[in-house]
Design a protein around this ligand. Structure first.
Ligand code: IMP
Ligand code: MG
Length: 188
């Protein structure tokens, strides 16, 4: 796997330090609020698992999985709910946990969807943000790192379902993308 990597953008140590820092802020803001952390599958599961182990307070966890119609992963803005929340979040404090905000479409419509369930509050924690790719308003309240417009893998993020197990965030060599199809978000 290491031979497929062109560059490590964010090291495992940098990620771990940032996750601890975000957890401290979240811990202060949500003390006594018994929040529900809502992980967006599949990409957010690694970040969520690390983040919640640094939270020294009662909290619950739930997951959603949304898939967008169309040939690339996130450009159509029309979603199919593959898995919905199992819990009722009415009057609860919801913290959505995302791997990356790219066009913003997933998060924008997910926020609408969660708000319609009348939670006490809803905020967003995202590990990565690519602001230059934004097509609709979407923003994290707790953000790990802003990155430039690269297709990245690792720490939960995949290319063709692989590389999620890398402990860092990396860019793959161009021949890897070329050999297995262009990364969906770089087609445009
Ligand atoms: P958005 O709806 O365009 O903001 O994108 C949301 C989803 O696309 C993210 O939750 C990721 O699963 C996926 N995605 C966006 N950029 C990347 C990337 O650079 N690497 C891997 N997955 C990505
Ligand atoms: Mg995702």
């Amino acid at each position: 796997m290491m031979s497929d990597i062109k560059e490590i953008l964010i090291s495992a140590e940098q990620i771990q330090a940032k996750v601890r820092e975000l957890a401290e802020r979240i811990g202060r803001d949500y003390r006594d609020k018994n929040p529900v952390l809502v992980g967006v599958l599949n990409g957010a599961f690694v970040f969520l698992a690390d983040l919640m182990r640094h939270l020294d307070m009662p909290c619950k966890v739930d997951f959603v999985s949304w898939s967008s119609y169309g040939k690339d992963t996130s450009s159509s803005g029309v979603f199919r709910i593959m898995k919905d929340l199992e819990s009722n979040v009415e009057s609860k404090h919801v913290l959505i946990v995302e791997d990356i905000i790219d066009t913003g479409l997933t998060l924008h419509y997910l926020l609408d969807n969660i708000r319609a369930r009348k939670p006490a509050s809803v905020r967003v924690a995202a590990l990565l943000d690519k602001p230059s790719r934004r097509r609709i308003e979407a923003e994290a309240d707790y953000l790990g790192f802003q990155i430039a417009d690269h297709f990245v893998v690792g720490y939960g993020l995949d290319f063709a379902q692989h590389y999620r197990n890398l402990p860092f965030i990396a860019i793959l060599k161009s021949e890897i993308y070329a050999g297995r199809g262009t990364p969906p978000d770089e087609l445009e």
